[in-house]
Design a protein around this ligand. Structure first.
Ligand code: NAP
Length: 249
């Protein structure tokens, strides 16, 4: 897809991968709207990137409607929806006092919200000449990660849904992309300690993602995610044991 003069909505654009996507997309001449819950961080990101900021929680139906109504009012269309916002929770399922809340929150933010926002955005995407949706998934979609009891499942769901939605929406002119990063050097991965993974720099990751969009590469396995997928096919038990050794501090 072409990446100039597009209207782009990036969820979670205030930090990490979303911030870097926003920075590079604005630099290419696109108009980017970012959302997140932390007003101060979002305003700072908007100032540093030139994006438009909107405080919104992606799990709220009202906030989703409000965001899309604002994009409609200001721009009349949406060319690219980037479902990037996410959380990553490491905890002991049996002993953590907050387990019930964590299960619901992680599924709501990582799995339900990208799908409901995509569904609500369809009328606005259909007003674009070249509409697209990008899901930020993860290489962890291919292996269950014991230290984060729900996170890898949410990314497996996104991997399946990216494929099903691509199939359903392509005949209507909407291209569905999925980028599956390896471990990336952002706040999310700060607590993650493992000798098996090298943290990728957000700027390098985003250059690869934008290259994939330009080439119309709908499924992007990035960095060590390629190895994870390959290992999940030939040595799944070995791969699981490697992930079981991951430490969080
Ligand atoms: N870092 C990695 O190693 C890695 C690897 C593979 C995939 N990913 C995926 O990449 C995406 C971005 O992660 P990151 O590493 O950039 O993490 P990050 O730096 O923690 O950024 C996550 C962003 O999501 C926003 N967010 C979280 N919950 C939200 C909600 N309910 N509503 C609106 N915004 C919300 C946060 O803003 P607020 O807190 O202000 O709302 C924050 O700006 C995630 O989907 C993650 O699963 C990350």
């Amino acid at each position: 897809m072409d990446l100039t003069s597009k209207i782009v909505l990036v969820t979670g654009g205030g930090s990490g991968i979303g911030f870097e996507l926003t920075r590079q997309l604005v630099a290419l001449g696109n108009t980017v709207v970012i959302c997140g819950r932390d007003e101060g961080r979002l305003a700072d990101a908007a100032r540093r990137t030139g994006a438009q900021a909107m405080v919104a929680d992606v799990t709220s139906a009202n906030d989703q409607d409000r965001m899309l109504a604002s994009v409609q009012a200001q721009h009349g269309r949406l060319d690219l929806l980037v479902n990037n916002a996410g959380i990553f929770l490491a905890y002991d399922f049996r002993t953590d006092p907050d387990t019930l809340h964590k299960i619901e929150r992680e599924i709501a933010i990582n799995a339900t919200a990208p799908l409901t926002l995509t569904r609500r955005a369809l009328p606005l995407l259909e007003k674009s000449a070249q509409p697209a949706v990008l899901f930020i998934g993860s290489g962890i979609a291919f292996v269950a990660s014991p230290g984060t009891p729900v996170y890898s499942g949410t990314k497996a769901l996104i991997h399946h849904c990216a494929q099903t939605l691509r199939h359903q929406l392509q005949p209507h002119g909407i291209t569905v992309f999925e980028a599956m990063p390896p471990v990336v050097d952002t706040d999310m991965a700060k607590a993650l300690k493992s000798g098996n993974f090298k943290k990728m720099k957000p700027a390098d990751l985003v250059r690869e993602i934008l290259g994939g969009l330009l080439r119309n590469q709908t499924e992007m396995l990035l960095g060590q995610s390629r190895q994870i997928k390959w290992m999940s096919r030939i040595a799944p038990a070995f791969l699981f044991r490697q992930f079981a050794k991951t430490e969080f501090h």
